[in-house]
Every structure is written in structure tokens, then in C-alpha cells.
Design a protein around this ligand. Sequence first.
Ligand SMILES: O=C(O)c1ccccc1NCC(=O)[C@H](O)[C@H](O)COP(=O)(O)O
Length: 216
Amino acid sequence: MDIKICGLSTEDTVAAALNGGATHVGFIFFPRSPRHVAPQQAAALSGAAKGRAQVVAVTVDADDATLDTLVRVVEPDMLQLHGEETPERVRAVKQRFGLPVMKAQAISNLADLTAAQRFAGVADRLLFDAKAPKGAVLPGGNGVAFDWTLLAGLDASLPYMLSGGLNASNVGDAVARTNPSGLDISSGVERTPGIKDVALIESFFAAIRSATQRAA
Ligand SMILES: O=C(O)c1ccccc1NCC(=O)[C@H](O)[C@H](O)COP(=O)(O)O
């Protein structure tokens, strides 16, 4: 199963993610986020991930000029579009940059899952995240889970990462209920918003290991 630790901003937490077995490390480029990093900072941090994990640049309705800079400086393996991007925009981004795109889809009901099907054959992967609570400043990283039972009977033609409010206590249950091809976590491995914690990252991976051993 793929595992993405998102919103990293320090060397020790990148190392903890990689040592734990992260297949993806995410860097946030959204100035209002407490996890926001400058492209040069992400480039320096992601050096450790080269050849070990996919580097994911997370953006929100970014324009071409912003993406040009990110792609040039960070050299990500994948772009995560976490705003209101349409299938046409996803297509254009893929064409311009030649990189795989993971499209985030906010989920609060079955209609949101149906809407996600617009990206079939367009995005390389979906990331199902909880809809941001009313008044939230961020479209992601809010530590809120959605109702995983909505995923029952999902047309699995598009691979997805399960995201939103995951932590060491609930990830076993999440895996057992949804059997996703990937997991994504941010605030569940933080001490305070934006501050990742090595011990929490290690606990998260330990919880995944025991969940997958139980399932085997
Ligand atoms: O995490 C952020 O600050 C963020 C800001 C703007 C857009 C996306 C953001 N995060 C995207 C992610 O992939 C998070 O890992 C995902 O939303 C899950 O977050 P959490 O519920 O805190 O685990």
C-alpha cells in the first residue's frame, strides 16, 4: 500500500517518513497553510527522498507561472491539485509538465464520489479527503475524517489515496473498512498545526504494520 506523509518541513521528519516506509512525501505550497514551504526549502528537503519515495508538490488552484517555478526548482515526481481544478485544468497541467497528477476530491456525500468520476482517465490518481469544515482556511490538512462507508461499492477504475483525519488510532479501522491503494496523513502526525513529530510518524507506521499483518 502506498503511504504519503504530507506537509513535511524539516529534515528529521522527512527522514522519519522515509525510514518508516513512506512511498510519497508531500510538500505544501499554499501560503496560508502552517505547512507552507518555499520551493527552495522543498528542493533541499526532497533530496533525501530521491530514489526512495515520490516527491509530491501540493498546490491549490495554482496558475501556470507558479507551477513553472515549482517544477523547475523542486523537480517533483507528482503534482497534487487540491483546489477546484476542473478535468480540463488537470489535462492541461499534465500536458504542460508531463508529470502525473493526483487530484484531491473533497468528500461529504455520495454525490461527491460521483463527481470524482469526472477525473477518470484524466487524473492519474484521486485523493479522497474530507470536505473542509465551514469557515476553515485550508482545503486540506484539517484533521477531519469523512464517512468511510461512502466508499463501499465504489467503482475502482481510478486508484485513490484515502485521506482526512487519519492517525495511529484509526488507521487500522480505515484500512479494514476501505482497503485503499494508498493512505495520506498530515495533521495526525503533528504535535501542533504544521509541526510534524518523529515519534508520531513512527507510531503511525507501526499501526499500519500491525493492521496489515492482521489482515494477512
Ligand atoms: O495540509 C495542508 O496544510 C494543506 C493546505 C492546502 C491544501 C492541501 C493541504 N493538505 C493536503 C493533504 O494532502 C493532507 O495530507 C490531507 O488533506 C489530509 O490532511 P489531514 O486530515 O490533516 O491528515
